[in-house]
Design a binder for this molecule. Sequence first.
Ligand code: SD4
Length: 341
Amino acid sequence: MSSRRKFLKASVITGAAAVTGSKIFALPKKIIKPELNNPIVISTWDFGKPANAAAWEVLKNGGKALNAVEAGVRIPEKGHSNQSVGYGGLPDRDGFVTLDACIMDHQYNCGSVMCLENIMHPISVARMVMEKTPHVILTGQGALEFALANGFKKENLLTEESKKDWQEWLKTSHYQPEVNVENKKAISKNDPMPGGIKNHDTIGMLAIDSLGNLSGACTTSGLAYKMHGRVGDSPVIGAGLYVDNEIGAATATGVGEEVIRIVGSHLIVELMRQGLSPEDACKAGVQRIIKISPEKSKNIQVGFLAINKKGEFGAYCLQKGFTYAVKNDKEETMYTAKSFY
Ligand code: SD4
């Protein structure tokens, strides 16, 4: 018998004797959990704060990052005071609210829905695509049928306010994505998002759990008054969201066409792999957009948010005004990203 095996055998016998032979050596009643590995959650825009709070409820109890990001982004999906995610989102030019969402875990599992209508929580449908189908993406009618078959309820997501705004827009039908969508509406008492939300857009959320695993989620009603059937970057794995558990994760907000062109979130994760800090990687992503579309980049917003495996985070954007929210056991903070212009 090797000396290591002899030692192990001796320890087991001694241990058993100690437990049965004397109360002094009785096993402690309290279950000792592995030490928490500093969970953290970060997310885009001012509505990231209440969303992070929901995610933190999962993380602080040792829950999985995947569960945290799903729970977190469901808050703005349900909130009807914001007009850029889920219920109450501004419709496309034909008056349909079409939702895009995706989710990704620490093992490269991912799921996505594109152009989904009448379902309040596209992120949960995306998760079901990931967990219950052999596919990554379901779109339009197929995504809706899958959701209904799995117990989701069909609901009208076009609120009176958003309908009025769309009818107003139809008078000119001028398509110009707004930079930093401002919330001009009074916050309703029944809204699950607390008041004071000034601006909002797509929510992208990234989290690290107590085991050190990363996950991300991204959900949006997309650009207001887009063409019917248009899909942005948000549900495109690699563009609106990417997670690599060895390196970090990134998410995007703003004009999706520009983000897709550079496969933004994947690019940022790869730049972090090469040693860039999250902020520098986001900045390099923004600079790539400027290089490709120098004129267009002056009048649109694109923002990136990233976190690395150590829990360091950062962001960068084209135009001033991109905010993001951070929550861990030490802080609950809103940051304003540095901008190129
Ligand atoms: C999209 N990136 O559909 C999303 C929407 C967004 O500013 O973030 N709007 O292109």
